[in-house]
Write a protein that binds this ligand. Structure first.
Ligand SMILES: [Zn+2]
Ligand SMILES: [Zn+2]
Length: 300
C-alpha cells in the first residue's frame, strides 16, 4: 500500500530549496515550487549551490515529491508567432530548471487561443510541445503536466476530452501528463461532490486521458459554483466543493501515491493556513496509516 503524498505550494524566497523547509515545517511530504520568479519570462542561471542543498535536504526532510509550476505568462496556444515562440523558449527553460533540481513534473496551463478558435489553439499547443520536446532530449524524464483549467475566457484545457485532444497530437506522449485542479474541475462543470458525480468524473477520466495520465492533483476549494468557469481558490471545506469531494479522492485507492498539493490562499506571514488545510484533509482519510506520519490525527 502506497501512502498519500500531501503538501502545498511553498515560497522560494531566499532560494528554491527553502520551500523544502516550509514543507517539512507543516509535516507534509510533498511540495510545489516555482523554480524562478513566476511573473518573469526567464530566470537567472540555476544556482548550483541551491541545487546541491535541495538534493541533500529533500531526503533529510523526508519530502518525497516535488513538482514545479511553470510561469503564468507562457501561452503555447497563442496565434501570434512572437508570443508563441517566446512561450516555447520559456517553457524549455522551465523544463531545464526543473531537470537541474531533479524535479520530475512541471505543471503548465495549456494556454488561451485568444480568438483563433479552440481547434487552432489545440493544434498550436501540441505543435509547440513537439518542438520543445525535440529541442530538449536531455529533459525526457521531466514531464509537462497539462493542468485542467476552469475555462475562463478563451482558456483551453477545461475538459478531459480537450486535454486528450492535445495529448493525441503530441508525438512523445510519455513526456506529458495531467494535473487535475479540484477548483478548476468544479468551475469547469464536473460535479464530484456526491458519489454519483465523482464516479461519472472518474469514468470520463478513464475514457479520455486515462487514469494513469494523471500525475498530480491541485487541492483547492472553489469560491464559485459548479460550471461557473471562474478560477478562485479558497480554503478546504470553505467553498463550493465542501469536504465530501475531497473525501472521495483521498480514499480512492486509484490515487495512492499521486501527490495532492494545496494552492489555497496564504497570508503574508503564512500564519498556519497550510497547516489548517492539511489538517482538514487529514481528517477525511479513513486509513490513518496512509497519511504522512506528522499529519496523523493525535490518538486520544
Ligand atoms: Zn492549480
Ligand atoms: Zn486556479
Amino acid at each position: 500500500m502506497n501512502g498519500l503524498k500531501l503538501g502545498a505550494h511553498m515560497s522560494i524566497a531566499g532560494g528554491v530549496s527553502n520551500a523544502l523547509d516550509s514543507a517539512a515545517a507543516v509535516q507534509s511530504n510533498a511540495v510545489q515550487v516555482f523554480t524562478k520568479n513566476n511573473r518573469q519570462w526567464f530566470g537567472p542561471p540555476v544556482n548550483e549551490e541551491d541545487v546541491a542543498r535541495w538534493r541533500q535536504q529533500m531526503p533529510t526532510l523526508a519530502v518525497e515529491y516535488a513538482v514545479s509550476h511553470a510561469s503564468y505568462l507562457i501561452n503555447l496556444a497563442s496565434p501570434q508567432d512572437p508570443l508563441w515562440e517566446k512561450s516555447q523558449r520559456a517553457h524549455k527553460d522551465e523544463l531545464q530548471r526543473a531537470h537541474a533540481y531533479g524535479i520530475p513534473h512541471v505543471v503548465l496551463h495549456p494556454g488561451a487561443h485568444t480568438g483563433s478558435g479552440e481547434e487552432a489553439g489545440i493544434a498550436r499547443i501540441a505543435d509547440a510541445l513537439n518542438r520543445i520536446h525535440a529541442a530538449t532530449p536531455e529533459c525526457a524524464d521531466t514531464l509537462t503536466l497539462l493542468e485542467l483549467t476552469a475555462g475562463q475566457g478563451t482558456t483551453l484545457g477545461y475538459s478531459f476530452e480537450q486535454l486528450a485532444q492535445i495529448i493525441e497530437k503530441v508525438e512523445e506522449k510519455e513526456r506529458v501528463g495531467v494535473c487535475v485542479d479540484t477548483c478548476h474541475a468544479l468551475a469547469a462543470g464536473y460535479d464530484f461532490r456526491a458519489a454519483k458525480g465523482y464516479t461519472a468524473m472518474m469514468e470520463t477520466i478513464a475514457k479520455t486521458i486515462g487514469v494513469e495520465r494523471v500525475k498530480c492533483w491541485h487541492f483547492n476549494d472553489s469560491k464559485f459554483g459548479c460550471g461557473s468557469r471562474k478560477d478562485r481558490h479558497t480554503h478546504i471545506g470553505e467553498g463550493e466543493i465542501g469536504v465530501e469531494g475531497f473525501r472521495f479522492i483521498l480514499n480512492d485507492p486509484r490515487w495512492d501515491g499521486i501527490p495532492m498539493l494545496l494552492e489555497t490562499p496564504k497570508e503574508e506571514d503564512n500564519d498556519g493556513n497550510d497547516a489548517r488545510n492539511l489538517a482538514a484533509l487529514a481528517a477525511l482519510v479513513e486509513e490513518i496509516e496512509r497519511l504522512p506520519f506528522g499529519l496523523r490525527p493525535q490518538q486520544q
